[in-house]
Ligand binder design. Structure first.
Ligand code: PAD
Ligand code: ZN
Ligand code: ZN
Length: 376
């Protein structure tokens, strides 16, 4: 029996307030309105950005359904939807691409004005949510909300992908892989023969290592306070790994020592801390080095630094979703994966059902997982 046009009751992981675990409850998911798409989620990865909400580092409105790195199948579409149809395999896009706003039109832009990052309105474009719990609204997250069996997104927040793509793997293209890989190749524009330093070797940082390798970097230095991350970083292309806790001097000085006093050509901060953002910037060459902030800054955080650090020629920039225009790029990245141009398997350390989501986050907290994928 078709569910189109009807309210769907399903399981979801709801967070009621920061620093509290997820509760698995039955929610109601309203049908998609005009230009919206209801998706049956098949797999969703756990990303540190979800955890920034739980920890309170990033402020949003509660209750909320987190999750933004997923793959699924279109269940039904609202009026006027043309780019996907029921049955299509899709990836929800936490960074939309409406195709009409100035960053969408500009060749260098990707931060579509329809995004809900930072603002965290937690509702659809008409100001309401499609999720309710016992009749009360539950907010959505990052235009996606994927820790639920069904979600509703705007058409600009979903991309059709190859029907044969394995959802429990390609879900990583919805965030972690594309963000790290793209930050290296699109945002830093890593060049062949260069030296790179990647601060933070989680799922996103390791994808940045893969991006640096694909771009032809000759030295890729992984930086992490958890040495258990080093073997995988080396497997994926890091030539050396350093633990800042092993040194008395600051890590930027260690990296200068390792590069004959020159500093690295490219540094990427993939942690989300202001101290490591500054350390990464001061680790790159003072004249032609480029440093990219990938880690999400905590809400209302500030950095104070001497302007002479960039006056000398350094470039300091940020990167959201790896600089990709999401709706155009995600299907192509999935095709590249299907053609074995890169691998996702080493990033996926754990797979478990949605019911075990709290265990999945525990693995992230204890540094034991890279990506834990929830399968539905
Ligand atoms: P993760 O927690 O799996 O990895 C972070 C790594 O950093 C871990 O291996 C930690 O051990 C390491 N680390 C923590 N503190 C330090 C420190 N002081 N010095 C060195 N290493 C440290 O996270 P992730 O890979 O899922 O995400 C990384 C960041 O990227 C995080 O802030 C997340 O919110 C952000 C992100 N940004 C975007 C974007 O579009 N810019 C997208 C997705 C994720
Ligand atoms: Zn993410
Ligand atoms: Zn746009």
């Amino acid at each position: 029996m078709s569910t189109a046009g009807k309210i769907i009751k399903c399981k979801a992981a709801v967070v009621w307030e920061p620093k509290k675990p997820f509760s698995i409850v039955e929610i109601e998911v309203a049908p998609p309105k005009a230009h919206e798409v209801r998706i049956k989620i098949l797999a969703s990865g756990i990303c540190r950005s979800d955890d920034h909400i739980l920890s309170g580092a990033i402020t949003v409105k509660f209750p909320i359904i987190l999750g933004h790195e997923a793959a699924g199948v279109v269940e039904s579409v609202g009026e006027g939807v043309t780019s996907v149809k029921p049955g299509d395999k899709v990836i929800p896009l936490f960074l939309p691409q409406c195709g009409k706003c100035s960053p969408c039109i500009h060749p260098k832009g990707n931060l579509c004005k329809m995004h809900d990052l930072g603002i965290a309105a937690g509702v659809m474009s008409d100001g309401t949510s499609r999720f309710t719990y016992k009749g009360n609204p539950v907010h959505n997250f990052a235009s996606t909300s994927t820790f639920t069996e069904y979600t509703v997104v705007h058409e600009s927040s979903v991309a059709k992908i190859d029907a044969a793509a394995p959802p429990e793997k390609v879900c990583l293209i919805g965030c972690g892989f594309s963000t790290g890989y793209g930050a290296a190749i699109n945002s830093a524009k890593v060049e062949p023969g260069s030296t790179c330093a990647i601060f933070g070797l989680g799922g996103v940082g390791l994808s940045a290592v893969m991006g640096c390798k694909a771009a032809g970097a000759s030295r890729i230095i992984g930086v992490d306070i958890n040495k258990d991350k080093f073997p995988k970083a080396k497997e994926l292309g890091a030539t050396e790994c350093v633990n800042p806790l092993d040194f008395k001097k600051p890590i930027n000085e260690v990296l200068f020592d390792m590069t004959d006093g020159e500093g690295v050509d490219y540094s990427l901060e993939v942690i989300g801390r202001t101290d490591t953002m500054t350390a990464a910037m001061t680790s790159c060459n003072m004249n032609y080095g480029t440093s990219v902030i990938v880690g999400v800054p905590p809400t209302a955080s500030e950095i104070t630094f001497s302007p002479s650090l960039i006056f000398t020629g350094r470039t300091w920039k940020g990167s959201i979703f790896g600089g990709w225009k999401s709706k155009d790029s995600v299907p192509r990245l999935v095709s590249d994966f299907m053609q074995k141009k890169f691998t996702l398997d080493p990033l996926i350390t754990h797979t478990m059902p949605l019911d075990k989501i709290n265990e999945g986050f525990e693995l992230l907290h204890t540094g034991k997982s890279i990506r834990c994928v929830l399968v539905f």
